[in-house]
Write a protein that binds this ligand. Structure first.
Ligand code: DAH
Length: 344
């Protein structure tokens, strides 16, 4: 039995030296020095030995038990220290790592174009006037010299509401009447404003037309405002928007609320007037509709057309954004696809 005790001791000590984790250590304890451990059982069976051998065996067994208890405690401490060291090592905060970027929103491309337009027109003395999206048929058409049943109403397919005579504005032009009436103080004060906003048309949505889009309207009313003022204003606008070299041309057109009416083109800034896909090989890009405010419209705005005159214009920020960034489908604007939006 003494031999068995010694070999158990050798084995237990050797195994203990090789242990590196708490679970294996716990297992070792129960196999050797726990209540039913081999060494414990041997120690308990001292009584079975012949009387003369008991003292020597008991002494040795107790000594071994003590040695193993001590070694166990040391090993437990070592394993705990190693685990702590490992935790500290692994849990260390690496302050050289770059921080996590917080995603922030960006400005919609149309908003960016609007802000550029506000800056330019603002520098040229225009105030922003906000006008409503839900309009009356009267403001949107009648007061702008679209008589009832006039075919010009068909140029703009309208969204109607359940309320008779209430519609979604098809253009920002009704703001002309509102701004003249409000700021003109019954035809006594001049007006120089831009009117930005969303417009709505009941149209088939395609790559080239959306049922909602922005416009930026401009209204100038004063004494002695002439066509040359309109032209000069646009030449200056084009320089500020497209660069000092920008060339502008005016083409005769028709709108019920202006007379004469025109379309404003700027020399294609993509090809420098050479002709490309964007300008449909004409060398020119249309940037606005414009004209001298029709006397009837001035009157509807509260002015005496014998004394007052003015010009107006309307441009499309989406169209300008499309040209600037060569976007090939207008549906991206309200599609809320981050893959599109994040490019701006
Ligand atoms: N309201 C016109 C449209 O939506 C654009 C326009 C043309 C506005 C000429 C104007 C203007 O103020 O003078 O097609």
């Amino acid at each position: 039995m003494l031999q068995q005790l010694e070999s158990t001791y050798q084995q237990a000590a050797a195994e203990l030296d090789a242990l590196t984790d708490a679970a294996a250590l716990h297992d070792w304890e129960s196999r050797y020095i726990g209540k039913k451990g081999a060494v414990t059982l041997l120690l308990r069976s001292t009584g079975q030995l012949p009387k003369e051998d008991r003292a020597a065996f008991g002494q040795r067994a107790n000594a071994i038990k003590e040695l193993l208890d001590t070694a166990y405690a040391e090993r437990e401490k070592l394993i705990q220290e190693q685990a702590l060291a490992r935790d500290l090592e692994e849990g260390q905060i690496d302050i050289t790592l770059p921080g996590r970027a917080h995603p922030t929103g960006g400005l919609h491309p149309s908003t960016q174009t609007f802000r550029e337009l506000y800056r330019i027109w603002g520098d040229m003395g225009f105030q922003v006037y906000r006008s409503r999206d839900v309009e009356t048929d009267e403001m949107n058409f009648t007061l702008l010299n679209f008589p009832e049943h006039h075919p010009a109403r068909d140029m703009q397919d309208t969204f109607f509401t359940k309320t008779e005579g209430v519609i979604l504005r098809t253009h920002t032009s009704p703001g002309q009447i509102r701004s003249m009436r409000e700021l003109g103080a019954d035809g006594a004060q001049p007006v120089r404003v831009i009117l930005p906003g969303m417009c709505y048309r009941n149209e088939q949505v395609t790559a080239r037309s959306e049922m909602q889009f922005h416009q930026l309207e401009g209204v100038v009313v004063g004494k002695n405002i002439r066509m040359s003022d309109l032209k000069g204003t646009f030449v200056e606008f084009a320089r500020r928007m497209f660069g000092q070299e920008a060339k502008v041309r005016f083409r005769a057109s028709y709108f019920p609320f202006t007379e004469p009416s025109m379309e404003v083109d700027v020399e294609c800034f993509l090809c420098g007037g050479q002709g490309c896909r964007m300008c449909k090989y004409s060398g020119w890009l249309e940037i606005a509709g414009a004209g001298m405010i029709h006397p009837t419209v001035l009157r509807n705005g509260g002015y005496d057309p014998a004394v007052w005159s003015g010009f107006a214009f309307g441009m499309g920020p989406e169209r300008q954004t499309i040209l600037k960034h060569r976007i090939d489908d207008i549906r991206y604007f309200w599609g809320n696809d981050l893959r599109f939006l994040e490019q701006f």
